[in-house]
Every structure is written in structure tokens, then in C-alpha cells.
Design a protein around this ligand. Structure first.
Ligand SMILES: Cc1cc2nc3c(=O)[nH]c(=O)nc-3n(C[C@H](O)[C@H](O)[C@H](O)COP(=O)(O)O)c2cc1C
Length: 316
């Protein structure tokens, strides 16, 4: 067991693993640590999916980044945000599940990260290497289907754990004063931003950290690419405040996949509806000589109007 201060001085994500399993008894320690993590309101809104099926792991690796380390690590876990089990527990005792989708997404993500992080730190303290895999968001829909994730559950990230083959040098971090503020939020000065790029320079091969930020976070970058898929998956799994998951699933056979109310409105207008009319408790999708109606709250109603538009009609 390594001292925690010393561990954090030297820790780095590991991407080259030896083809060796964890030592006897260590998996139990990792899972024990994960379960000892703090959790909001005692609820434990996460699930750790241990992927033991080699072909499933291979498929997840392909759908994520094609990262070699996803395949070669001794263990690969999918860290899931999960309010499904909590809903089962509540309903098991006759409770009526509340409507708090954004808060559910928030606290289930927090719980999942805390549990995964405890697992990861325990692994590192036992001398293993770890690497988080946000790349699972690239194939979030397919991975969720392969792993049969129900409503109320979505992947937060993957986590590789294994015996390190190569331990990289620790990567730099931003200057402390940029990430720790006192009492009120402090905007960084332009000169501090320059110093940030300077501090992070060694993290890249090109010598320019901006190249990394550009690839991920600018217009047309990786994050923007992930956004639509992520929104659609979390909405379909019940985490969008406006869109009922059941309704979204009923639209899918008609080729309509939406992750927000805005996306459904845009879709309607792109499909040639002249207008989308919202009135209290009702939505109309209007075409030249026709109008299709749906009742309910705005999200529910527009889904119903779409379903009305697409259902086979008697000649009028
Ligand atoms: C949420 C999250 C997602 C990540 N996704 C990936 C990934 O998909 N592939 C990968 O090789 N590393 C991934 N990483 C590892 C980061 O690249 C790494 O933590 C960062 O570069 C800092 O390096 P260090 O952990 O060695 O200090 C991820 C880390 C986090 C926290």
C-alpha cells in the first residue's frame, strides 16, 4: 500500500499493460473501496459493470476509441450513472417515483465518479495502473444496447485497471491559482492564460497544448461530435426534463431520434411542416392542408403530434 501523498506525486494514467491478471484478492479490495465512497442521500446511484466477456470488451473498445489499453488491461469496468435500481427500491415499497431528471443525472454522475475514483485510487495504491476512458461516449448508444442498460442508467466512462508495462512521467497541471479561488470566482487575466499554456506545454508532442484543446473543444471538435449522441441517449434513458423516454422510443421506428425539445422542433420544420404551434396543453404540426395534433406538456404533445402525423390515415 502506497502513501497517498507519494502516490499523487507520481501518479499518471497508464496505457501499456502487462498481460497479467490482478493478484488474488485485489479485485475484492477495489470493489470494496468503490462501495465505501460517499454517496448522495445514501442512495448509491451508480453501477459498476465489470466486463469479463472478451468479445464484448473488444466490441466496446472498437466503439470507444479503439484504444489498445481497453483490450489489454487486466480489468475493464464501465462506470454507470444509475437511478434505475433506486426507482425499483422506491416502487418496491409502494412509493411514487418523482420527476427530477436533471437532478438525477447530476447526482448519479457524481455518485458514479466517486465510486469509480475510489476504485481507481485503491488500484493505484496497490501498484496497478489505471486509465479512465471517456471514449465510451463515442459509441454511447451502441454500448448501452450491448450492455442492455435500462432506462435510468447511462455510461459515465470506462475504467481500465492492470499491471503497468510502462509508467509514464506525471503530466503537468494548470497553475494552482487558476483552479483554486477564494470566496468568489476569479476571472483569469490574459497573462495567466498564457502561463497556463506554458505550464501545459509538456503534455503534448507538438509543444502546443492549444492543439489538444482545439481537437476536443472547438467548433467541429470531438466534444461537439459526441454531444448529439449523448443528448439522445440520456433523453431516451429518461434524463430529459421535457421529453418522456417512452415517447422518444415510439418515434424511433419512424427514423426520428431526438435529444431535446429544440431538436424535435427543428426536425418538424426540416420535414416540411409549415409551423409548430404550441398552445396550452396542445401542439399542432401544420402542413399546407393538414394539421396533426398532440396533447400534453410541450414535449409529450409534440411527440404525440408526430405520431399522429405518421400513423396511417383513412382517406378524408
Ligand atoms: C473522464 C476522463 C476520460 C478520459 N478518457 C480517456 C480516453 O478515452 N482515453 C485515454 O487514453 N485516456 C483518457 N483519460 C485519461 C486522461 O487523458 C488523463 O487523465 C489526462 O491526460 C491527465 O493525465 P494523467 O492522468 O496521467 O495525469 C480520461 C480521463 C478522464 C478523467
Amino acid at each position: 500500500m502506497r502513501d497517498l501523498f507519494e502516490l499523487y506525486q507520481h501518479r499518471a494514467s497508464v496505457r501499456k499493460f502487462k498481460p497479467e491478471p490482478l493478484r488474488e484478492g485485489d479485485l475484492e479490495k477495489l470493489l470494496f473501496a468503490a462501495q465505501r465512497a460517499p454517496t448522495d442521500a445514501t442512495a448509491q446511484m451508480y453501477t459498476i459493470l465489470r466486463i469479463t466477456d472478451r468479445s464484448l470488451r473488444q466490441e466496446i473498445a472498437r466503439l470507444a476509441n479503439n484504444d489498445e489499453h481497453v483490450q489489454t488491461a487486466a480489468e475493464f469496468f464501465l462506470i454507470l450513472a444509475d437511478v434505475h435500481r433506486l426507482q425499483r427500491l422506491v416502487e418496491h415499497r409502494g412509493g411514487r417515483w418523482g420527476h427530477w431528471p436533471r437532478t438525477a443525472a447530476h447526482f448519479s454522475t457524481v455518485d458514479a465518479v466517486l465510486a469509480g475514483s475510489a476504485l481507481a485510487t485503491m488500484a493505484e495504491s496497490l501498484g496497478y495502473g489505471i486509465c479512465w476512458i471517456g471514449g465510451v461516449l463515442n459509441g454511447i448508444q451502441e454500448i448501452s444496447e450491448l450492455c442492455r442498460l435500462p432506462e435510468g442508467v447511462f455510461p459515465v466512462a470506462g475504467l481500465c485497471v492492470g499491471v503497468p508495462e510502462v509508467i509514464p512521467a506525471p503530466r503537468p497541471r494548470l497553475p494552482r491559482e487558476l483552479v483554486v479561488h477564494e470566496n468568489t470566482y476569479r476571472e483569469p487575466e490574459p497573462a495567466e492564460l498564457d502561463r497556463a499554456f506554458e505550464a501545459m506545454r509538456p503534455i503534448t508532442r507538438s509543444g502546443d497544448w492549444y492543439k489538444v484543446l482545439e481537437r476536443y473543444f472547438t467548433s467541429g471538435g470531438t466534444m461537439e461530435e459526441r454531444e448529439g449522441r449523448y443528448q439522445r441517449l440520456v433523453a431516451r434513458h429518461g434524463f430529459d426534463p421535457d421529453l418522456p423516454a417512452e415517447g422518444l422510443k415510439r418515434l424511433e421506428p419512424h427514423g426520428i431520434h431526438a435529444g431535446s425539445l429544440g431538436e424535435l422542433i427543428e426536425r418538424a420544420l426540416a420535414e416540411g411542416y409549415r409551423s409548430v404551434l404550441f398552445r396550452r396543453g396542445v401542439v399542432w404540426l401544420e402542413r399546407e392542408a393538414e394539421a396533426f395534433r398532440g396533447e400534453g406538456k410541450p414535449g409529450e404533445a409534440i411527440i404525440r403530434a408526430f405520431l399522429d402525423a405518421m400513423s396511417p390515415k383513412e382517406p378524408r
